[in-house]
Design a protein around this ligand. Structure first.
Ligand code: TYM
Length: 371
């Protein structure tokens, strides 16, 4: 299947080098990683493993940082349903950035976008999901007082004015070229990119001075930063810097998608831990068909869902992941064993996360920006 990567659709075999070329971003070079390590003390496993593989202006951000100018983080979620494990990849990394660089984080919940984009969702539903998804963000341990979440519907008075400034400088022909809009696209969607651009400048507006912003997200969101960066100079703001991650695959194999309407396609943060275990046991395997063949030929970790979930999210130790890789590849470790290993980790994660989520319900107000 041909590769397609837009903010609303990711499909086919993803060629990340090609994406860097067509989007015009940069590889995270070894020099940049060294710089990161120097500033941070150590590298997060998602950097060591190049799960975050591309960036815009991260080198510039560190130059400013060296000069004593602190940066803030901006990321978000389109609340169209429950949160899945793919969504939390950039959030886990953002939490590490917040802890390491002691930065503020601005988190946008685009209930407007999901209402405008999805014929089957009402504004009430996306608005409700915004606050359910917010619990997942807080449950990951972001700092109160330094973490600000907002629903576009509820913070539109502040955001709209910034968005109008972006929109005035962005032509329909640019939006069409970047996002593929057509004559049949509703005009809400045509304006929406200005709303996703707005938080790039929000910290500067709130603090009344220019503030460098770093956006951790998967690379599907990059088109927004392209149009934002185009107008930043003219508005007198810094261009936002971005750091891009790869995509965690769905449970049904390397090119499969996670979808809220297909429960077995993903692990959701609200899944019962036992149900999540069952999904893992049924997930796509890179093992040979029979135990005998597996022992003889070994498995393929590159396509194995359980291995990929361990590598990308649940096994931080480089030593352990290498042992798992080698044992699975040689056939010494079976598909059942690798799935069991993931299932245990996911069950433990979900139990803790769901407790934190319920606690977060009581503290939600401390994290919210509203007009
Ligand atoms: P949404 O809800 O589609 O995705 C939320 C975040 O998850 C990332 N993501 C993934 N990362 C790894 N593997 C996957 N399979 C996977 N699927 C999704 C997305 O890149 C995103 O970072 N329009 C946005 C909401 C938004 C936003 C932002 C996102 C508003 N402002 C700023 C990032 C940064 C959206 O619908 O995200």
């Amino acid at each position: 299947m041909a590769m397609k990567v837009t903010p609303w659709e990711v499909s086919g075999h993803i060629d990340y080098d090609k994406l860097i070329q067509s989007f015009g971003t940069k590889h995270i070079s070894s020099e940049l990683l060294k710089k990161f390590e120097k500033e941070a003390g150590e590298l997060h496993f998602m950097l060591r493993r190049r799960i975050f593989f591309s960036h815009r202006d991260a080198d510039w951000l560190f130059e400013r940082y060296d000069k004593g100018e602190k940066f803030v983080l901006y990321t978000g979620r389109g609340p169209s349903g429950d949160t899945h494990i793919g969504h939390i990849v950039p959030w886990i990394f953002a939490k590490w950035l917040q802890d390491t660089f002691d930065c503020e984080m601005y988190f946008q919940l685009t209930d407007d976008e999901k209402f405008l984009h999805d014929d089957n969702l009402t504004a009430d539903q996306t608005h409700k999901y915004a606050y359910e998804n917010a619990l997942d963000v807080i449950a990951l341990g972001f700092k109160p007082g330094k973490t600000f979440l907002f629903s576009n519907f509820d913070y539109s008075k502040t955001l709209y004015r910034i968005a109008a400034n972006v929109a005035k400088l962005t032509t329909f022909s640019t939006a069409k070229a970047v996002f593929g809009f057509e004559n049949s696209t509703n005009i809400g969607m045509v304006f929406f990119p200005a709303m996703q651009a707005a938080p790039c400048f929000l910290p500067s507006v709130l603090k009344n001075k220019n503030v460098p912003v770093l956006i951790p997200a998967a690379i599907d969101q990059d088109p927004y930063w392209r149009i934002t960066r185009d107008v930043a100079d003219k508005l007198g703001y810094y261009k936002p810097a971005a750091i891009h991650s790869r995509f965690l695959p769905g449970l049904q194999g390397p090119e499969s998608k996670m979808s809220a309407s297909v429960p077995d396609s993903a692990i959701f943060t609200t899944d019962d831990p036992k149900a999540a275990r069952k999904k893992i046991m049924k997930s796509f395997s890179g093992g040979a068909g029979t135990l005998e063949a597996h022992r003889k030929h070994g498995g393929n970790p590159n396509v194995d869902t359980a291995y990929q979930y361990l590598y990308n999210v649940f096994e931080e130790s480089d030593g352990k992941i290498k042992d798992i890789h080698d044992a699975y590849k040689s056939g010494a470790m079976t598909t059942g064993e690798i799935k069991e290993m993931l299932a245990k980790k996911v069950e433990t994660f979900l139990k803790k996360h769901q407790e934190n989520r319920e606690k977060a319900r009581k503290h939600l107000d401390k994290f919210l920006l509203k007009d």
